[in-house]
Every structure is written in C-alpha cells, then in structure tokens.
Design a protein around this ligand. Structure first.
Ligand code: GUN
Length: 347
C-alpha cells in the first residue's frame, strides 16, 4: 500500500495540530500567487485559480481534437469498494471530465470483488478504443495486489503515469518524454511554473518518498535542474535539511509537521498534505490542514500553497491534461508539455 495518498487522498486523517500552530480561519487567496498586503506574509499560490486556467486550456484542446481529428478523449475511472474519500474524489474526477467534454466510462466494483474480476475489467478497458486513459482509484481493498492491477493497464492508457515505463522515462536523463506524469507531482510543477518560480539551480527538499507524490516530484524537480534532497521517516535532522531549501515540497501526510522555524526565509512552500484535525468550532467538528503549519510558514516563506485550495485542485486538472495527452498520443500528435525550460526546450 502507498504510504501517502496525495493530493486527492486523505492524508493522516485525525492527526493533531502542533500546539503553537494556531491557524486563521481566512479562506484561500482568490488569484494566482495573490500578493499579500502584509509585510512578512507569503503570497498565496492559488491552486483553485491555476487549476481553472489548466481546465480551460484542456477544454479548448478537447474541442480542437474533436474538430480537427474527430476524436473525443475518453477517461475510464474504476473504483472498488465504497471508501468515503475515494468515492468523493472519483465523483470530482468524473464531474471534471464531463465539464471538459470527455467520453466517460465508470466502473464501480464491490469491496469483495476478486483480483481476477478486476483484472478482467481493466483488460476490457484496454481493448476499448473509446478509452484513452484508465484510472484505478487507490488504495484498493486488502487482498488485491495493487501493483499487479496497475501493471495490467496498458502504458498507452496509464493516465496516472504510474507504470514502470512512464516512471522510468521520467527518471532517465534524456529519457523519452513520459506519456503521462503522475497527477499530483505534475500539479506541483504547474503551480511553481505558473507562479513564476524558477526551479533550475535551486535547492529543493521533498519530504515523503511515496510512489504517488514524493518520488516522482523529486524526479521532476531534478529533471528541471534543481538539486534535490528527499527526506523520509528515517532521515536524520530533517529540520536542518529543510532549512537549506529554496523550495520545500511537503508530502508526508502528517498534520502541520513542518514548522515556521524549519524554513529558510524567502523559500517557496508547496504543501501536498490533506489532513483533518479536530476543531469544535466547525460544524463537522474537524478542519482541513496541510503538512505545513501554514500560519507560521506564511511569516517566513515568500510563496506558499494554501490547504485547501492549493495542490488538491491541481491533481484533477492534471488528470484531465494527461487524458488529452494520451488521446493525442493515440493520434500520433505531440504531447502538451509539462516542463518549460528557459532555453525554450519543453518536455
Ligand atoms: N489515490 C490518491 N491519489 C491518487 C491518484 O493520484 N491516482 C489514483 N489512481 N489513486 C489515487
């Protein structure tokens, strides 16, 4: 099982906030990297706004594919069981797919489904020419071999970019461009690029090494010429390593783990965490926080993603972008690139 479910996934639900980390009730910024009027307050990088831009671009690309090639990108979403978080995320993915004009195929299987039946469903989707991308929502119930199921998805339809071929190409220096890049990491890169953060030559620290976020985001940042340190549960003196970072990506799934005094003044913080902490003032009795103590971090960083409204909305936007890219690949059309280089080479 993946240790950390990112972006769309519930992180360390029920974790408790650090005692000194008192969060404000203000909502997220309403513009990209909204300028803070308060000195010593980081600009907010708004995933809500940036994801709208990406979704608008995707919708235009869908219209163009239809108009010029008679091709409607198709996305299949497979859910097994009825976990609340997974059901919520899958519904959001399906709604977003409909909004940009995709053909949608929904497969909902009971918690008790056998691995053989699930594999047969994936095989059917592999053979369906109207489906360009297949997403199997993770985690899968105990008893099903997740890696085996993911291996069944054809690389040409691997919309999550989780296959060995896509991850391998991402990690290889001068590898072929992956057909799809894992959605949450790709969203982190879009947030950095679209808010004017230069990555090349920077020291980046990624906290977390999951297959879904930490590992691929580290590979992406390195491919963009950052010097990357990956921290994890066995890292010694994590604080000292984070203090050296120009860019911090927190993806460990622990509520408000990274504190303000861990950060280098002026750094950029991308907070991937989605955690809930008890809050008696809320109707639901809980509120959502990231892996970073936002209030403390805002006083030190130059830019920071809010939670909610930061990385979360980008995961869906990048799923849409990946689906378009797989549809384009099926027509032997060039991909819409993710990484933009100062030298004009995009990949
Ligand atoms: N569960 C949490 N995040 C993801 C994701 O990006 N893709 C899939 N397939 N499952 C997830």
């Amino acid at each position: 099982m993946l240790a950390f479910a990112a972006g769309l996934a519930a992180g360390a639900a029920g974790g408790s906030a650090g005692a000194a980390c008192v969060l404000s009730k203000k909502s997220a910024a309403s513009k990209n990297a909204e300028k803070s009027p308060v000195r010593g307050q980081a600009d907010l990088i708004s995933g809500t706004e940036i994801s709208k831009e990406v979704r608008k671009e995707v919708k235009e690309q869908v219209e163009q594919l239809q108009r010029e090639h008679g091709c409607q990108p198709g996305l299949a979403v497979v859910i097994v069981g009825a976990r609340d978080d997974s059901s919520r995320y899958v519904n959001m993915k399906k709604k977003a797919a409909a909004e940009v004009g995709f053909h949608s195929v929904d497969v909902a299987l009971p918690e008790t489904v056998t691995e053989a039946v699930l594999l047969a469903e994936v095989a059917k989707l592999n053979a369906n020419p109207k489906v360009h991308g297949i997403l199997v929502q993770l985690p899968l119930p105990k008893g099903i071999d997740e890696a085996r199921v993911l291996r069944e998805i054809l690389v040409e339809k691997d919309v999550d970019g989780f296959s060995a071929a896509n991850i391998g190409n991402l990690c290889l220096k001068d590898g072929s461009p992956p057909l799809a890049v894992p959605c949450t990491p790709a969203g982190c890169i879009e947030l950095l690029q679209r808010s004017g953060v230069e990555v090349a030559g920077k020291d980046a620290v990624v906290i977390g090494r999951s297959n879904i976020v930490g590992m691929p985001v580290a590979a992406l940042l390195q491919s963009m010429n950052a010097t990357v340190t990956v921290c994890h549960s066995r890292t010694k003196d994590m604080k000292a390593k984070v203090q050296n970072a120009d860019i911090v990506v927190a993806a460990l799934g622990k509520a408000e783990f990274v504190r303000g005094d861990w950060l280098k003044p002026g750094c950029v913080v991308i907070d991937v965490g989605i955690n809930t902490v008890p809050d008696a003032s809320k109707k639901a009795g809980v509120r959502m926080v990231g892996d970073v103590c936002t209030e403390e971090a805002k006083a030190v960083a130059s830019k920071i993603t809010p939670v909610p409204g930061g990385v979360g909305p980008m995961t869906i936007a990048m799923l849409l972008k990946n689906t378009v890219n797989l549809a384009r690949n099926s027509l032997v059309l060039p991909r819409v690139p993710l990484r933009k280089e100062a030298n004009g080479v995009n990949h």
